[in-house]
Each structure stands twice: as structure tokens, then as C-alpha cells.
Design a protein around this ligand. Structure first.
Ligand SMILES: *Cc1c(COP(=O)(O)O)cnc(C)c1O
Length: 384
């Protein structure tokens, strides 16, 4: 497997205005460097690698931060989704409503749980799932709805819950891009039956490797996830296997890293929001359309996405100007070869957006000068 670069190109060039990386975590890590070094020493000194105090403490702190009763650490965000679905009893013969405009793992998790994703289109301004879209996709086989808070913006989870309750469906929140985001004052991940997080290094709260968590107010669900994530062990018994589980635990080292970085999460999210506010102000002046944040959401700007015609040309011109960009995501899930067999109806909003969307540099320590440089380069790039 190829390494995923989380900072390109090397740190030095970020200091020159002529180059803006897509994601630069160097400043964030410099802030907590001493504590991160201590985490490593403490783990080796105590030989606590799997489970133990750091994991328990992080789970408590993450539940509190999310304003949920329980948090269960798991190996990554994809497993968080799969285990949440399995704990809810979703499996063979079931359908789960999923927005097509999301990272492939949202939909893949449904398939891995044994169920079938039923893809729905998204709102043209926010590119998020809508309650109306969910309502139209419900069939006799629907067991759950997966709401994805893409880009760090919180989708209308309350509206989705209203519809889901009417049909007796469970609601899973994929909050892998929305650590700390709120809607009507409630944290992403804590509103549905169960919320799933990824701590992949590039996420708003990232480990120094893979990690994930499931949060819920239900003790029963939390226990089921914990059992499934730990070889199906029931209670404390090491060789009692109630169900076929898997090995998907959060490493003690990563838990300790996450505890350290959690102390900075609000500050880092505020840095992202400040950069995004500046982007929006400047982009309005040059007439470039940014993907909207829903009115009731206080997002955490995991990504900052604009829509431009001839995106690939604009992207190449930005690269020439030293501005690194991304595309999230170039192909809607229902068009991916791995998932196209689940496609039922055309999903025109997501299909129209896919060739236009462009993710601009976004990270907590993005400076005003860097934002200004990106927007100036974008103005030139769209002008041709
Ligand atoms: C990152 C991500 C995931 C998967 O998380 P991993 O930790 O990479 O497995 C799922 N859904 C969304 C929306 C994501 O951004």
C-alpha cells in the first residue's frame, strides 16, 4: 500500500507565499510535540498497548466532548460504521439509505455489514443528504439511514430522525469529518442512535495512525459494539465468544495521542472556521461559488469546497501557481465500479457536482496570507 502524504510538499515551502499545501499538520503537531513524545515513553514504560487506562480515559473524554453517554474506541472510522450497523442488527436482506456524495467507506460499511446501500441524491447548495431524499428512498427493506456530515457541515439530522422514527428506522451518523461540529447546539454524532468517528491523521482530530470511535447514549449498543470489536468477547471473559466479532480496538498509544490532541481540538477547529470565513468573504468578491454551510450548522470545515466549471483545467492552473488542491470526491459512490450494482435511480445533483467540485487548502494554521494567495490564484485560474 502506498503511503498517504499528509503534507505535500515538504514543510519549508509552506513558509513561502508562493506555495500553499493542501494540508499542513506541522504547526499543529509542533504545538503538542513534547506531550506526544511523552506518550510514547509512557507506553513503553508501562507496557500498556491494548486497552487499559489511556483507552478508558479517552473513551470517557470523547463521550463527554460529544455530549454522548458512551464512547467505544475502535481501529478506524470504517470499522466504527460497520460495527455500529452490526450492533443495530442491520445485516443481510436490509437496506440502508446513504447519500451518494460521500467517501466510499460510508457505503462500503453497509456492504461489509451484509446489507445493501440505497443511494440518495443531495441538496444542490450544501451537497448533503436531505430528509426529503431519505423519505423518497424508504422501502419495505429499509432498516437504517446513514447521515453523513460531509466537509464538517452537519446535515439535517433532526429532519432525518423525524422521518426515520415514523418508519421505525435506526439513524447512524457518519461524523468522520465533523469532530466538534454542532447543529441547534448539539454535537454531530450525538443526535442519532449512534455516531461514528474516524481519527485518521488528516481528520479534524487525528491520531498518529488509524483510529475510530462509536458514540451512543445506549448502554446496550455500546456494549454490543465493544463485544463485536473485541473478538465477540462477552463481558470480561477472555474465551467466551458470544458472536463472531473482529479485532478492531483502538491502540492505547493512539488513545493517548488523541487525549493530548483533544485539548487543542476547539482551537484548531476555530482556526479552520476563521480561514473558511475569510475564503467566503473573498470568494464572494470574485464570484466563485462555495459549497454552502447549512443554516443551522456550526461546522468545523474539515474541507473547503468550491464549484468551478472546467475544474480540471482550473486545478492544473492552481498547481502551476503553487496551490495544492483536492477533489472530494471525483466519482459519486453509485458510479463506483464496486458499488454501481446498488444504483437504482439517477442522482443528477451529485452527478452534476462531481466534475465541478474543488477542495481548496484547509487546515487549522492556514494563514490569512495563504488564503489571500489561494483566492488570488483562483481568480486568475478561472479567468483563463
Ligand atoms: C474518513 C472517512 C471515513 C472512514 O474512516 P477511516 O478511519 O479512514 O476508516 C468514513 N466516512 C467519511 C465521511 C470519512 O471522511
Amino acid at each position: 500500500m502506498t503511503a498517504v502524504p499528509l503534507r505535500h510538499p515538504p514543510a519549508d515551502s509552506a513558509r513561502h507565499h508562493e506555495h500553499v499545501p493542501f494540508l499542513d499538520l506541522a504547526a499543529a503537531h509542533a504545538q503538542v510535540r513534547t506531550q506526544l513524545d511523552m506518550v510514547w515513553h509512557r507506553a513503553v514504560d508501562t507496557s500498556a498497548f491494548i486497552g487499559g487506562e489511556e483507552v478508558e480515559r479517552f473513551e470517557g473524554e470523547w463521550a463527554r466532548y460529544c455530549e454522548a453517554e458512551h464512547a467505544v474506541g475502535v481501529a478506524n472510522g470504517t470499522d466504527a460504521l460497520v460495527l455500529a450497523l452490526r450492533a443495530l442488527g442491520v445485516g443481510e436482506g436490509d437496506e440502508v439509505v446513504v447519500p451518494t456524495n460521500t467517501f466510499v467507506a460510508s457505503a462500503a460499511a453497509v456492504v461489509l455489514a451484509g446489507a445493501a446501500p440505497r443511494f440518495v441524491d443531495v441538496d444542490p447548495d450544501t451537497l448533503l443528504m436531505t430528509p426529503d431524499g431519505v423519505g423518497a428512498a424508504i422501502t419495505g427493506r429499509t432498516a437504517a439511514v446513514m447521515v453523513v456530515h460531509l466537509f464538517g457541515h452537519v446535515a439535517d439530522v433532526d429532519g432525518v430522525i423525524t422521518i426515520a422514527r415514523r418508519h421505525g428506522l435506526a439513524v447512524v451518523e457518519d461524523a468522520a469529518q465533523a469532530h466538534g461540529a454542532t447543529r441547534h447546539g448539539r454535537r454531530a454524532g450525538s443526535v442519532g442512535d449512534v455516531g461514528c468517528f474516524s481519527f485518521y491523521p488528516g481528520k479534524n482530530l487525528g491520531a498518529l495512525g488509524d483510529g475510530g470511535a462509536v458514540v451512543t447514549d445506549s448502554r446496550e449498543l455500546a456494549t454490543r459494539v465493544r463485544t463485536l470489536a473485541n473478538h465477540g468477547r462477552a463481558g470480561g471473559a477472555h474465551y467466551d465468544h458470544e458472536r463472531v466479532g473482529t479485532n478492531s480496538r483502538l491502540d492505547a498509544l493512539q488513545a493517548a495521542v488523541l487525549r493530548t490532541k483533544l485539548a487543542c481540538l476547539d482551537e484548531w477547529n476555530a482556526g479552520r472556521r476563521a480561514a473558511s470565513a475569510r475564503y467566503r468573504r473573498l470568494l464572494a468578491e470574485i464570484g466563485v461559488r462555495a459549497v454552502a454551510e447549512p443554516a443551522d450548522s456550526v461546522g468545523v470545515d474539515h474541507l473547503f469546497v468550491v464549484r468551478v466549471p472546467e475544474r480540471d483545467t482550473v486545478r492544473a492552473r492552481l498547481a502551476d501557481a503553487g496551490v495544492a488542491t483536492g477533489v472530494h470526491y471525483p466519482v459519486p459512490c453509485h458510479r463506483q465500479p464496486a458499488l454501481s450494482r446498488f444504483a437504482s435511480a439517477p442522482l443528477p445533483v451529485a452527478e452534476a457536482a462531481a466534475p465541478q467540485i474543488l477542495s481548496l487548502p484547509m487546515f487549522p494554521h492556514l494563514t490569512d496570507a495563504q488564503v489571500d494567495h489561494v483566492v488570488a490564484a483562483l481568480a486568475r485560474a478561472v479567468a483563463g
